[in-house]
Every structure is written in structure tokens, then in C-alpha cells.
Design a protein around this ligand. Structure first.
Ligand code: NAD
Length: 443
């Protein structure tokens, strides 16, 4: 099948590469000319396990190409997948300018029937808006008889395992009421639907809402366990024991109940806020979603608060070693990462940071540039040397086992603030270090 994908970001690039891998011919369009040129030169703009090889192989095989020429790309595919960003607008609602721009471009250029597939996370009713806009433009062009459809097909990939998630999706949600569109979408995803039926067809609004409901549920689980963790500290309990105790109930499960410094990334924060705004637009007070967001905002300062208290309310001149900058492991994405809130609070308090992350160093440099109070170090050991404390923010695999003797010797003050509860407090204490996790008693 010939496909056109708009937007070569985390979603568009990964999905395009995976669709090319199964034999579809995919043209990717982006307005970022530099990104397109780099991809043509074999430079992959993001880190995602397995992505580089997949992109290079399919590009070399001629099934995956990159362009800024939207008009030519629109001619290529009957199916036009839109995977552009939907960042938060000033009031927190989803900004649809990129999504609208893509639909308008397609409407202005199309000369044959097209199916516009909305893969971005968009508020309920967006596909209806796109349909209306495309219809208006076709009418202005005198082409109102030209067939088109707008289908909702939200993406559920997880950054850090995006390639694997697209290759083996849990479910493929398709929102359409058109039998023709449904048939074409089934053909598109047939290669991923062999093991068992994963395609769930529903009406468009329900498909759009499914994506928000899924992300808000996951964000709720995280804020719930974070609230329990804060309470556990007051009550003298250990949240790690509690986590195992509740996770063993299959109705609760072990997934997404790890306490931490709050959720970040490009999706949960903006999607929770956007759904709150959507609720407001229909005069519904989404009290639970507001509480989820509030808990998350508070949670992002827990590590700072612990350090502030430990050092007697004065962090001036102190240097903190940060392990982990990405919002989660296996990605270089720092959008809304807890590390950013932490670093900015430390800088405001007069402290400096020496940081290490296996993949997000370049991204951190892009965001903050050169500054005296930020030292980006090549190894986790280098970040530690002479620092006043270690702060663990992201649970990268190679932080899980560490030499506590090395830590004690490298740090000026033998203290760890761990937002990921990676270590056993008793083991750390035995090596002569103080240890503050989340939701546990200090050791
Ligand atoms: P991104 O910011 O990484 O990429 C978006 C890309 O779209 C950029 O390369 C940008 O240059 C391009 N673009 C903007 N306007 C364009 C236009 N008119 N024509 C062509 N390209 C254009 O975004 P992302 O993280 O891939 O997210 C895309 C959408 O998917 C969002 O709605 C997001 O909520 C959703 N989503 C993201 C994830 C995730 O983990 N990142 C997961 C599921 C769903």
C-alpha cells in the first residue's frame, strides 16, 4: 500500500518505519527541512531502541522516504496519516494548529479520493472539525464531489519501547463509520493483526476519547501511588512493601504503581490538562483529573524538598549529582521531565548540578545551553565526584546496581536522594551512606 505520513516525530517516524518494514511504501513529510535532510543523510533525530537500524534499512530498500514536498507526497497515498504534534495551548487545551494545517494542505492539494487518518492525540470532536474544513476547501476549489474521509486512529506507543509497541500493538483503535475506510484501515494493519484480533472499530468520538481516557487512567495510577507514598512517610510505612501488597491483587496489578518524582513526557501532562479543558468546555467539573494533576505538580518537588530540609534550608554553593535527565529510561525526551523542575529549583536556590544521562545529554544542552551551574558529565561516576549529594531521577538500567563504597568515597556528603527507590535502604545504610527514597523511612 502507498502511504503518506505527516510529521516525523516520535510517533510519525516510528510508525512510518514499522509500516515500511512490513512492505508498505511510505513517504514521510515534515515542515522541518533540517530534520528531513538529516534523515536523508541517515541521521536519526531521536533515540528509540531499534529505530536507527529500522529507518536505515527501509530507507535503503526504498520503502521509506523523506520530503518537505507536501504536494508530491499527497499524490502518493490514498491513506494520509497525520502524526503532527498537539502541544498544549496557553490555557492548557490542545493546540490544533498543526493538525488543522495538515488537513488544509491535503484539501488544497488532493485531486483523488483520500482518507485522512488522525493519529495525533486530539480532543473529541477534532475529526469532525477537520472533515468540515476539508469539505469547505474542496468546495472552494469546486471539487466538492471528491471523496474523502477523516478517520481517528490514536497511537498508543510508549516512548522507550516505541518500535516494539508498533510492531506488536496491544490494540489498534479505528474510529470510523465508513465501511470503505474501515476496509482500507484493516488492510493497512493486516500484517499486525495475524496473531489475534487487535483491531477495535468504534465511532470517531469514542476513538478520540479512548486515547485520553487511557492516558488519564495511567496518570491517575501514578498520582495515586505518589499520594500513598507521601502518606506512607507520615505513617511510618514503606511504600515499596505496600506496592507489592496491593500489586498482587490482579484487579490492581503491578504496572504503573511505582512511586517517583511525578510523571512527565510529552503525553500524560498535556493530555490530562487537555481533558480537564475539554470537560470545562462542556461545563463538567473533572475533579479527579484536577487532583491527579495537582498531585503530580507537587510530586515534582519532593526530591528538592528533601534535600532542602536535609541541608538546613540553605543550598547555596552546593553541587548535586543528578543521575537521569530523560523523563523515563530508554528515551532522550525531556519534555516536562521531573529532572527539569528539580534542576531549575536547585539553580534558584543557588546550587549547581553535575548531571549524567545515557541518552539525554544533547537534549539537555539544547534546552539549557551553556551555563556555569550545569556540568554535563560523560559518565555517572564523573557526575558524582565531589558532589554534595546524589539525586536519582530516572531509573536507567545501569543505575540499578552500583558500588556504594565508590559512592561514599566520591561524594563530599554521603547522602542519596532517590526518586526511583532503586536501592534497599538497609544495604545503603550498611555502606555508611544516608538514603532518602520516596514513601519510605530514611535510612
Ligand atoms: P513530535 O513533536 O515529536 O513530532 C511532530 C512532528 O510534526 C515534528 O517533526 C514537526 O516538525 C512536524 N510537523 C508540524 N507541523 C507539520 C506539518 N504541517 N506538516 C508536516 N509535519 C509537521 O510529536 P510526537 O511526540 O510524535 O507526537 C505527535 C502526536 O502523537 C501528538 O498528538 C502526541 O500527543 C501523540 N502521541 C505521542 C506519543 C509519544 O509518546 N510521543 C504517543 C502517543 C501519541
Amino acid at each position: 500500500m502507498n502511504l503518506t505520513v505527516f510529521g516525523i516525530g516520535y510517533v510519525g517516524l516510528v510508525q512510518a518505519a514499522v509500516l515500511a518494514e512490513v512492505g508498505h511504501n511510505v513517504i514521510c513529510v515534515d515542515v522541518d527541512a533540517e530534520k528531513v535532510q538529516r534523515l536523508k543523510d541517515g541521521i536519526i533525530p531521536i533515540f528509540e531502541p531499534g529505530l536507527e537500524d529500522l529507518v536505515k534499512e527501509n530507507h535503503a530498500a526504498g520503502r521509506l522516504t523523506f520530503t518537505t514536498d507536501a504536494a508530491a507526497a499527497i499524490k502518493h497515498g490514498r491513506i494520509q496519516i497525520s502524526a503532527v504534534g498537539t502541544p498544549p495551548g496557553e490555557d492548557g487545551s490542545a493546540d490544533l494548529k498543526y493538525v488543522l494545517a495538515v488537513a488544509e494542505t491535503i484539501a488544497k492539494e488532493m485531486t483523488e479520493p483520500k482518507i485522512i487518518v488522525s493519529k495525533s492525540t486530539v480532543p473529541v470532536g477534532t475529526c469532525d472539525k477537520l472533515r468540515k474544513r476539508v469539505g469547505e476547501i474542496l468546495k472552494m476549489r469546486g471539487l466538492e464531489v471528491l471523496e474523502f474521509d477523516v478517520v481517528s486512529n490514536p497511537e498508543f506507543l510508549k516512548e522507550g519501547s516505541a518500535v516494539a509497541d508498533c510492531q506488536r500493538p496491544d490494540r489498534i483503535v479505528i474510529g470510523t463509520q465508513s465501511p470503505v475506510s474501515e476496509q482500507l484501515m484493516r488492510e493497512l494493519y493486516e500484517p499486525f493483526n495475524r496473531h489475534h484480533e487487535k483491531i477495535i472499530v468504534m465511532d470517531i468520538r469514542s476513538a478520540e476519547f479512548t486515547k485520553y481516557a487511557a492516558n488519564c487512567m495511567l496518570a491517575t495510577k501514578i498520582s495515586f501511588i505518589n499520594e500513598m507514598a507521601c502518606l506512607a512517610e507520615h505513617l511510618g510505612a514503606d511504600i515499596e512493601e505496600v506496592r507489592k501488597g496491593i500489586g498482587s491483587d490482579p484487579r490492581i496489578g503491578y504496572h504503573f504503581i511505582y512511586p517517583g518524582a511525578g510523571y512527565g513526557g510529552s503525553c500524560f501532562p498535556k493530555d490530562v490538562r487537555a481533558l480537564i479543558k475539554t470537560a470545562e468546555s462542556v461545563k463538567f467539573d473533572a475533579t479527579m483529573l484536577k487532583a491527579v494533576e495537582q498531585r503530580n505538580n507537587t510530586q515534582k518537588s519532593v526530591l528538592f524538598d528533601k534535600a532542602y530540609q536535609y541541608f538546613g534550608g540553605d543550598l547555596r554553593g552546593k553541587r548535586f549529582a543528578l543521575w537521569g535527565l530523560a523523563f523515563k529510561p530508554n528515551t532522550d525526551d525531556m519534555r516536562e521531565a521531573p529532572s527539569r523542575v528539580l534542576m531549575e529549583a536547585l539553580w534558584d536556590a543557588g546550587a549547581s548540578v553535575s548531571a549524567y544521562d545515557p541518552e539525554a545529554m544533547a537534549e539537555c544542552q539544547n534546552i539549557y545551553g551553556q551555563r556555569d551551574d550545569l556540568l554535563l558529565c560523560g559518565t555517572k561516576e564523573a557526575a558524582l565526584r565531589g558532589a554534595d549529594a546524589l539525586m536519582i531521577v530516572t531509573e536507567w538500567k545501569n543505575f540499578r546496581a552500583t558500588s556504594f563504597d565508590m559512592l561514599r568515597e566520591a561524594l563530599a556528603t554521603p547522602v542519596i536522594f532517590d526518586a526511583r527507590n532503586l536501592y534497599n535502604p538497609k544495604t545503603v545504610a550498611r555502606h555508611g551512606l544516608e538514603y532518602f527514597g520516596i514513601g519510605r523511612q530514611a535510612a
